[in-house]
Write a protein that binds this ligand. Structure first.
Ligand SMILES: NC(=O)c1ccc[n+]([C@@H]2O[C@H](COP(=O)([O-])OP(=O)(O)OC[C@H]3O[C@@H](n4cnc5c(N)ncnc54)[C@H](OP(=O)(O)O)[C@@H]3O)[C@@H](O)[C@H]2O)c1
Length: 320
């Protein structure tokens, strides 16, 4: 998709150093009319409402893509629910308010499909939001994200501001986090199979039975969906972004092994818990607006592994 006609000039990409923010910046870089504004957390802590307000007053962005968040895995979410709720809610409220006061024309807020109830019918539709209890392991994070998306909806409803949200499924791609304990399943497998290959290990054991099914979207496809949504006159208040295609964890492990060239055995460990059997998003609403993902998982894995190797040899692999 060309971004030449992107209708906003000064675009603040909050969280530009993160996996999503960086993908958005890469895409916007191909649009000659766009001037991307960025600030690292050290330069601008968005949980500080006074700093956020001053930034918006001074820089006057036309549009905001809000990809800043305090993100973490189950262990971090469980250990620090106070920070996951308060930091994420504070930065969302401060930025949305400041954007409205400085007359930002468009604000796209990023959440995730963890906002949906634990027992939401599969595939998960947008209208299952707030129909029953959340998954406890990421409740604090999900609550903060629900605050952000609802605040955007309320500003639009009450003041006519064009503020709306996107809820991506599991993402992968350049700049992912490869921490041995804290990373998501796809980068964790990529790293483990790479290390098994380089250490000549005869087998790799994956957690659980390998039967749970999960969906993965390349972050560059998400960036295109964001740009697409920001060009639409009347976007949904919040919309799922995914492929609506899932694979079992064992199938994923086999694809990763093939990608990195690992030829040993893949074993499962059924004594470990599996988690939800299936988590899939319904993307009918987004597809109805004309967007389609373009990167097949097999191709996305190859380029992501290339990025992993390049960063590893440059000593800048992210593992936090
Ligand atoms: N990764 C996924 O699989 C996934 C899936 C679904 C949805 N999402 C959503 O996509 C969004 C971005 O995720 P991501 O994976 O790109 O996360 P990420 O790589 O951890 O990036 C988050 C960014 O937020 C910035 N940030 C954190 N706290 C901040 C603060 N107090 N003030 C200013 N900036 C702050 C960080 O800035 P510094 O680098 O300067 O510290 C970082 O660049 C999140 O809303 C997340 O829920 C991600």
């Amino acid at each position: 998709m060309s971004t030449n006609a992107f209708p906003y000039k000064r675009v603040f990409v909050a969280g530009h150093n993160g996996m999503v923010g960086a993908a958005v910046c890469r895409l916007l870089a191909s649009s000659p009319n766009v001037e991307t504004l960025t600030r690292s957390r050290n330069e601008l802590d968005l949980t500080d409402e006074y700093a956020a307000a001053a930034f918006f007053r001074e820089e006057k962005p036309d549009a905001v893509i809000f990809a800043a968040a305090k993100v973490g895995g189950i262990v971090a979410n469980n250990s620090y629910p106070v920070e996951f709720l308060s930091d994420n809610a504070k930065m969302a409220i401060a930025s949305i308010q400041a954007a409205y006061e400085s007359k930002v024309k468009r604000f796209l807020f990023l959440g995730s499909t963890c906002i949906y109830p634990r027992m939401a019918p599969q595939p998960i539709q947008e209208d299952s939001l707030l129909t029953s209890a959340l998954e406890l392991t990421n409740e604090a994070y999900a609550l903060a994200k629900i605050v952000g998306l609802k605040l955007c909806q309320y500003y639009r409803q009450q003041y006519g501001a064009m503020f709306h949200s996107a809820m991506p499924t599991n993402l992968y791609g350049p700049g992912d986090n490869y921490h041995p304990d804290h990373s998501h399943v796809l980068p964790a497998l990529l790293r483990r199979f790479h290390e098994a290959k380089t250490s000549d290990l005869p087998s790799v054991t994956i957690w659980g039975t390998g039967t749970p099914r999960r969906e993965f979207l390349h972050v560059d496809d998400l960036a295109k969906a964001i740009v697409h949504l920001m060009r639409i006159d009347n976007p949904p208040d919040w919309v799922n972004v995914g492929t609506s295609i899932d694979v079992s964890i064992l199938e994923l492990a086999q694809m990763v092994a093939k990608t990195v060239g690992y030829e040993g055995r893949i074993l499962t460990d059924p004594t470990k818990p599996d988690g939800t059997p299936r988590k899939l998003t319904d993307t009918t609403l987004l597809k109805g607006t004309g967007w389609r993902p373009t990167i097949e998982l097999e191709d996305g894995l190859k380029t992501t592994y290339g990025d992993f190797l390049a960063r590893q040899s440059a000593g800048v692999l992210r593992a936090v």
